[in-house]
Design a binder for this molecule. Structure first.
Ligand code: ZN
Ligand code: ZN
Ligand code: ZN
Length: 374
């Protein structure tokens, strides 16, 4: 499916800004400051050409109108891109102090949530203007701000998942044996673009022993007959992320390789079945981990079970021990247990799952059995 998704409306952006301002208020913050990046795109629809030394900053506070501070030379573009009429632009001109222009928009004291990718330069400039203020990471203060997706966002995430599935179906047809991991990774990237991704974020091809390193991307190793190969790939389509993993085998697997794969597949299935509203995030991790531990590989499952996904490919909520946040319908996250046998091979299976009214729904639909490739 490559259709144009339902556009976000002014009401969507206005509602998101209001939600952010209210959540900040509820968390005891004086407001939220958002620099160019995923948060700004999500809140306003505006992505400046690049984050630069010139200050661009969205200021949100409960009970006040949202204001976007922009350099005068970028104001016309911002005006066009901004999705909500409720948002006022305040421009500042080269040669004037942007922090002095921004300061009156903020309370002179209190704590503000700041988007994680704000430049230190800008934050220090503001702090100098307003010595009574303090700042905290927006992701830490309001981790669930972007976690619950609306219908138009879910439509995009489903389309991104379907596009990644299409790429997987086609990568099974390419030659593996005798080619470098980087060759297969390049094929994967091309397939992701062809299925509509405007941005490819990662194409992991972990063959043989490289598959035992979850951080391995793709290198110069030549894939051999008999290799287990971890594929993990994703990017952005219409601004929303895909991220899926399948583990394939070059030729017929050994009994042990098949057994390890079966364990991961059953663990992933059990964790997906545990998804429903009200269940704590850590419970999803526990279900997958309990299964793998019961099968004797607990110490070889060396990462959390999942992460949220949206306008970025890694974001809260995290499916990790200690995360007590209950699942809410509309949340989207990965379920990706794995087993890693150092020096030998690894297996990981990953789908994006969204929480529905009474359970969970996978956004990736490709078979999870270990595919045999050439
Ligand atoms: Zn093998
Ligand atoms: Zn992944
Ligand atoms: Zn992932």
């Amino acid at each position: 499916m490559t259709g144009i998704p339902t556009p976000f409306t002014a009401d969507d952006y206005t509602a998101r800004m209001e939600r952010a301002a209210q959540a900040a208020d509820g968390a005891g913050l004086a407001g939220v400051l958002v620099a160019p990046g995923p948060d700004l795109v999500w809140l306003t629809g505006y992505a400046p050409p690049a984050a630069t030394e010139r200050l661009t900053l969205l200021v949100l506070a409960a009970g006040r109108d949202p204001v976007l501070v922009v350099p005068t030379l970028e104001a016309p573009d911002a005006e066009k891109a901004v999705g909500a009429p409720a948002l006022t632009l305040r421009d500042w001109t080269d040669g004037t102090d942007p922090y002095a222009a921004t300061a009156p928009l903020l309370q002179a004291s209190g704590r503000f949530g700041v988007s994680d990718n704000a430049w230190a330069l800008h934050l220090l400039g503001l702090q100098k203007q307003l010595p009574g203020t303090s700042y905290v990471s927006l992701t830490e203060a309001l981790p669930m701000l972007r976690a619950v997706k609306d219908a138009a966002e879910l439509e995009r995430l489903a389309a991104a998942g379907a596009a990644a599935d299409e790429a997987y179906g086609e990568i099974l047809e390419v030659a593996f044996a005798g080619r470098r991991e980087s060759d297969v990774a390049r094929d994967l990237a091309g397939l992701l673009r062809r299925s509509g991704h405007e941005q490819v974020d990662f194409t992991v091809v972990g063959s043989g022993p490289n598959g035992a390193d979850p951080h391995h991307e793709a290198g110069e190793r030549v894939i051999e007959h008999g290799d287990t190969v971890v594929l993990d790939f994703g990017g952005l389509k219409h601004g929303y992320g895909s991220d899926t993993s399948r583990t394939v085998h070059v030729g017929e697997p050994t009994a042990e390789e098949q057994r390890v794969h079966d364990i991961v597949r059953a663990a992933q299935q059990a964790a997906c079945e545990a998804v429903r509203p009200g269940v704590a995030c850590q419970e999803i991790d526990r279900v997958a981990r309990a299964y793998i531990t019961g099968a004797g590989y607990g110490d070889r499952f060396i990462h959390r079970t999942g992460h949220g996904i949206g306008v970025t490919t890694h974001e809260p909520p995290y499916m990790i021990e200690g995360e007590e946040q209950p699942l809410v319908p509309g949340m989207c996250f990965s379920v990706e247990p794995g087993i890693y046998l150092p020096g030998r091979f690894g297996v990981r299976i990953e789908d994006i799952v969204t929480v529905t009214g009474d359970g969970g729904r996978r956004l990736n639909r490709t078979p999870r059995e270990m595919a045999v490739v050439d």
